[in-house]
Design a protein around this ligand. Sequence first.
Ligand SMILES: Nc1nc2c(ncn2[C@@H]2O[C@H](COP(=O)(O)OP(=O)(O)O)[C@@H](O)[C@H]2O)c(=O)[nH]1
Ligand SMILES: [Mg+2]
Length: 332
Amino acid sequence: LNSNIDAALVDGVRRGDRRAISRAITLVESSKADHRDRAERLLGELLKIGVPSLRIGITGVPGVGKSTLIEALGNRVVDHGHRIAVLTVDPSSSLSGGSILGDKTRMETLSRRDGAYVRPSPSAGSLGGVGRRTRESMVILEAAGFDVIVVETVGVGQSETLVERMTDVFLLLLLPGGGDELQGIKRGIMELADVVVVNKADGEMKASAGRAVAEYRNALRLMQRRYREWQVPVSSCSAITGEGVEAVWSVIEDFAAMSRDHGHFSRRRDRQQIDWFRRELHDGLLDLIASDSRLAAEMQRMESDVLDRRITPAGAARRLVELFKQPRSDAR
Ligand SMILES: Nc1nc2c(ncn2[C@@H]2O[C@H](COP(=O)(O)OP(=O)(O)O)[C@@H](O)[C@H]2O)c(=O)[nH]1
Ligand SMILES: [Mg+2]
């Protein structure tokens, strides 16, 4: 019975049916063991029918205007004949909707359009867990024919590096007002950015946005290039008035073209596939340890020994691996 339901689900996703897409994403986000089995079979089918896509990651502090920009960009991208899907991986965003004043997570005008799909992800669960399922959601969306996928993530903690590891273009969105901002942004994020944009270049913030652009441009010129052929561009826009938004899309397309021409695009995707596999393996092994009481207890002991500097992290890991190789005592 289940397999019939899932054949219908594959069909629905392939037709781009919103309810089927949402159900498929809910299935992969579920942590129930039987759901996981079904999710994996479903993904195995969907993987074969996905369209080539451009995956775009957008990061920046809460309130910088990520959702507003994605909505403005998205409407233009749909006008250009693309189909766009948006996933948010924002641990701070609320699903109850409207509880954060001015929060644009739901992207009302975009989500109503035929060529668009917007999915705010639950904040529950570990960051790693969210990242893990975001990749699978992308597989579903590509099977549904979306050729532009945008992942929005808040630029605090580790979510932004996770998102960089699953996208083709990584855009860093900044606020006007250079100096202090420059200090506030972790250098690591700057180094990962393919495109930098200063938002809210409107009204009385327009002048300071201009100064911020110049400052970030200088800062980036001093940094090592990630791709020899690409000097990370810095521009400004106003997601609200729309000024500069079309240019943001052009720069994203320029980067994608450069990346494809020089083989970076496919190398980056290949690296991400391996990275994904290893993370799953890593998580799977940790789950396996957690489900074995003897190993779980030893792992806890090792962690406190590591904290107390009684053993090195490497030594503790080796001990656990040795124990892992021994037959389970409860199996006898
Ligand atoms: N003045 C101005 N306000 C903006 C702009 N973009 C977004 N905002 C406002 O900033 C607030 C946060 O926007 P949101 O898109 O939810 O930010 P996010 O947390 O980065 O996704 C909202 O009140 C927006 O209306 C802009 O370009 N100019
Ligand atoms: Mg947002």
